[in-house]
Design a protein around this ligand. Structure first.
Ligand SMILES: *[C@@H]1O[C@H](CO)[C@@H](O)[C@H](O)[C@H]1NC(C)=O
Ligand SMILES: *[C@@H]1O[C@H](CO)[C@@H](O)[C@H](O)[C@H]1NC(C)=O
Ligand SMILES: *[C@@H]1O[C@H](CO)[C@@H](O)[C@H](O)[C@H]1NC(C)=O
Ligand SMILES: *[C@@H]1O[C@H](CO)[C@@H](O)[C@H](O)[C@H]1NC(C)=O
Ligand SMILES: *[C@@H]1O[C@H](CO)[C@@H](O)[C@H](O)[C@H]1NC(C)=O
Ligand SMILES: *[C@@H]1O[C@H](CO)[C@@H](O)[C@H](O)[C@H]1NC(C)=O
Ligand SMILES: *[C@@H]1O[C@H](CO)[C@@H](O)[C@H](O)[C@H]1NC(C)=O
Ligand SMILES: *[C@@H]1O[C@H](CO)[C@@H](O)[C@H](O)[C@H]1NC(C)=O
Ligand SMILES: *[C@@H]1O[C@H](CO)[C@@H](O)[C@H](O)[C@H]1NC(C)=O
Ligand SMILES: *[C@@H]1O[C@H](CO)[C@@H](O)[C@H](O)[C@H]1NC(C)=O
Ligand SMILES: *[C@@H]1O[C@H](CO)[C@@H](O)[C@H](O)[C@H]1NC(C)=O
Ligand SMILES: *[C@@H]1O[C@H](CO)[C@@H](O)[C@H](O)[C@H]1NC(C)=O
Ligand SMILES: [Cu+2]
Length: 651
């Protein structure tokens, strides 16, 4: 019932290889179980998954999407891609943290496809106003955010504001096929929402695996009353986006990963391994991973590098490894001062373990919640998790390595030239910008924070008693056609038909509460709450042998319990004294998680694993609160109209 012990973390650190070996017999076992399940008709979800329909994207013979061949794309230099790097320091943004007034913060964004070089090789990217990471969106509690998103890509898109409560504004959540239809190519949508909760977070495209190609950025929301700020003086505030990175276009990797019968590496279910990592968009990744070129995909017949392939995107063989000079992310700060570093795992698969050589870090905020300080040598964040840490420049003036080390527990195979460590340089002011740290020692500063560490909120709040408990389970399994998908109970999520979004289906169903109470939308798992003053416990059992960082949209939930094994008991006697509140938390392999939240936020809210590959394999379910209120939402007609365009012009 208590949180996972530190022992588990140590096991995790060394388990990449064993997991691989275990997979062999586990899969054999699963295959037997699935065959039995088919025979017995057991409701394991077998066969319910429809084949993902990727044929509606037009690809030309050389693998580019219709309308844009990569040869036509604008090429952006690394310097232009990164933009003004001084923007990561709050003091350079002329932003006033205040609770005296509120204001409208308006942004015009164009999302486009370009070629650029964040590491050693050029790659196709999605950029916002020509940059990746995109602009920093910043506001005070109570401000109105207005972002006009122009889609200059060949595919549809949507933009999500991670961790925002959006009470009464569910249609601004930006989840494709759930709270809106896609913004079509050449189209526009205005996101217009009120800042109701604050802290360090991020925004990202929420359609397919688009954000992996670069459509993401920091979202920094201030509260003049924030405990983390008021109880810890610091001289400036620095934002650091940390993520894994892929030199291949994410859609190509996804297509390979979902190849029927073989997956990306001959082992269905294995996730594409990253080629390196980034610190604020700067990478030292040298090569692009592609599976062995002779891998035959039974149902798709052709390999990714076969130019006669008409369904996938290929990556030119001549460019598997690049030879552009790589750079380090530079950060110059004033000696003897203390800074707040806002760390964001904006990645797709791997945890990031952040550290600065010779400097301790004190964690003061996690996922927007001020916490009792914890001092550590490094901070381990799963995908989509955030933490603010204090660092004091109390060492000999000089240059020190900043490290974003990828956790290897999610990385199943080792791509060419993968270095788990991506470096930046912290320089004390006065040190010449050409000075590098003396050497590149091993990652020796790893007094790692347990990823399941139970933080204590600094603003204590006890959890209320639950009024309703639901238990779900998830796993990864083969279906009848030998594809492998991920399931919540017996359903594996995929976007609804073109022109449909769950929020509008609830509308249609409002007169048919029975349909809703079957806990499905279409054929997909959707838990319905109709009590406006309810308190829900969601118990999630992980039947899979991997760790999964889960995120609930629209909420900062109470983490009531997590641990090994599966929970099938009653949750009403769990400890309610000031549990941690956050929006993304990891469910360990074959473990469980129990979260609690009020059912007072009307809307259709996604609950999903934030590993991009897993979400695309179906590891997503929805929670619909107060369907009558959802049906009565006054959604702007311009947003509803996206569904009309969508059904006519999909991708
Ligand atoms: C590209 O789109 C145009 C216009 O929709 C269509 O006529 C053409 O056949 C498409 N080409 C391919 C290769 O799909
Ligand atoms: C892609 O294929 C088309 C048609 O086969 C050809 O005209 C075009 O030159 C090719 N483009 C590249 C970049 O190879
Ligand atoms: C956004 O674009 C519109 C139309 O071009 C313009 O009127 C407005 O001033 C722009 N807003 C910002 C914040 O740039
Ligand atoms: C557009 O979407 C299709 C289907 O997912 C994908 O194959 C293609 O690579 C995407 N193109 C871009 C530029 O994202
Ligand atoms: C993207 O922008 C270019 C230049 O403004 C324009 O010609 C093109 O039509 C736009 N494409 C889309 C899909 O909006
Ligand atoms: C944003 O929403 C507010 C409140 O509903 C409204 O007053 C304002 O006009 C909207 N702004 C835009 C640009 O749509
Ligand atoms: C505004 O924030 C300050 C702390 O920065 C606090 O002392 C003050 O009471 C707050 N005012 C309101 C109206 O919340
Ligand atoms: C801010 O803190 C002050 C002093 O503790 C309190 O009076 C005020 O209500 C708080 N404001 C908000 C918005 O929480
Ligand atoms: C990289 O180096 C190789 C070998 O020196 C050379 O053949 C190739 O053209 C270079 N590629 C680029 C993109 O500069
Ligand atoms: C920090 O302050 C101490 C004591 O004043 C001084 O000796 C030291 O040089 C300072 N360090 C830096 C980096 O400024
Ligand atoms: C970091 O903290 C540990 C434990 O408090 C302490 O032993 C160590 O000296 C500190 N390291 C630095 C560089 O301050
Ligand atoms: C970091 O500083 C070095 C030395 O000035 C410079 O060459 C490099 O381009 C900088 N890195 C980035 C990402 O700007
Ligand atoms: Cu996952």
């Amino acid at each position: 019932m208590s949180n996972s012990s530190h022992k588990e973390t140590e096991e995790n650190a060394t388990k990449a290889a064993p997991r691989r070996r275990r997979l062999g017999w586990l899969l054999a076992l699963v295959a037997v179980v699935v065959v039995l399940a088919i025979a017995l008709g057991v409701g394991l979800g077998v066969g319910l998954k429809h084949k993902h329909n990727s044929s509606d994207s037009k690809a030309t013979a050389n693998g580019t999407t219709n309308g844009t061949s990569t040869a036509d794309l604008a090429v952006i230099s690394r310097a232009d891609l990164l933009g003004d790097q001084s923007r990561y320091l709050l003091s350079n943004r002329n932003f006033e943290i205040t609770n005296a007034t509120t204001q409208v913060r308006e942004y015009n964004w164009t999302i486009s496809e370009v070629l650029s070089t964040p590491g050693a090789m050029q790659k196709p990217m999605l950029v916002i106003n020509g940059q990746s990471p995109g602009p920093i969106v910043e506001a005070n509690l109570g401000d109105q955010i207005v972002v006009h998103v122009y889609n200059n890509m060949t595919n549809q898109t949507s933009m999500h504001w991670h961790g925002m409560h959006l009470k009464g504004q569910n249609w601004m959540d930006g989840t494709y096929s759930i709270t809106q239809c896609g913004i079509p190519p050449g189209g526009m949508m205005t996101y217009n929402w009120t800042v109701q909760n604050t802290g360090t977070t991020w925004y990202h495209a929420h359609m397919g695996v688009q954000y992996t190609n670069g459509a993401y950025g920091a979202l920094i929301l201030h509260d003049a009353n924030e405990t983390a700020m008021l109880s810890h003086p610091y001289s400036d505030d620095v934002t650091l986006l940390l993520n894994d990175m892929y030199n291949t276009q994410a859609e190509a990797l996804l297509w390979r990963m979902q190849a029927i019968g073989t997956g990306i590496d001959g082992q269905p279910g294995d996730e594409p391994a990253p080629d390196g990592a980034m610190i604020n968009g700067v990478s030292q990744a040298r090569c692009a991973y592609l599976p062995a070129s002779n891998l035959v995909i039974p149902e798709r017949k052709r390999s990714l590098v076969d130019r006669s392939d008409t369904t996938g995107t290929y990556y030119p063989e001549t460019n598997y490894c690049g030879n552009e000079t790589t750079e380090y992310y530079n950060l110059t700060l004033v000696g003897n001062s203390t800074y707040r570093l806002r760390l964001i795992n904006s990645g797709t698969l791997a945890n990031t373990i952040f550290s600065i050589d010779n400097h301790n870090l004190t964690i003061i905020e996690v996922d927007g919640t001020s916490v009792e300080p914890v001092t550590t040598g490094s901070v381990n964040l799963a995908v989509a998790q955030r933490a603010s840490v204090l660092v004091t420049l109390d060492q000999e003036p000089g240059a020190y390595w900043i490290r974003n080390v990828l956790g290897d527990d999610q990385i199943i195979y080792t791509p060419t030239d993968l270095n788990l460590t991506t470096l930046g340089v912290l320089r004390y002011s006065g040190i010449n910008e050409s000075v590098l740290p003396a050497d590149v020692p091993a990652d020796d500063n790893m007094t790692e924070t347990d990823p399941f560490y139970r933080f204590v909120p600094a603003d204590a709040m006890d959890a209320p008693a639950p009024t309703v408990q639901q238990t779900v389970q998830f796993n990864s399994q083969y279906v009848a056609d030998n594809a492998r998908w991920m399931f919540f109970n017996s359903s594996s999520w995929q976007p609804l038909s073109s022109g449909e979004a769950s929020i509008f289906l609830v509308d249609d169903y409002a007169s048919n509460v029975t349909a809703l109470e079957s806990n499905t939308i279409g054929s997909q798992l959707n838990i319905v709450n109709t009590n406006a003053s309810g308190v829900m416990d969601l118990v999630i059992n992980n039947l899979d042998d991997g760790n999964h960082p889960f995120h609930l949209h629209g909420y900062t939930f109470w983490v009531m319990a997590q641990g090994d094994g599966h929970f099938y008991g009653d949750t009403s006697s769990l400890n309610v004294t000031n549990p941690m509140r956050r929006d993304t938390t990891t469910i360990s392999e074959r473990g469980y998680l129990i979260i609690r939240f009020l059912t007072d936020n009307p809307g259709v809210w996604a609950f999903h694993c934030h590993i991009g590959w897993h979400m695309e394999n179906g590891l997503l379910m929805t929670i619909t609160n107060l369907p009558e209120q959802v049906a009565a939402f006054d959604v702007p007609s311009a947003i509803k109209d996206l569904c009309t365009v969508d059904s006519k012009k999909r991708r």
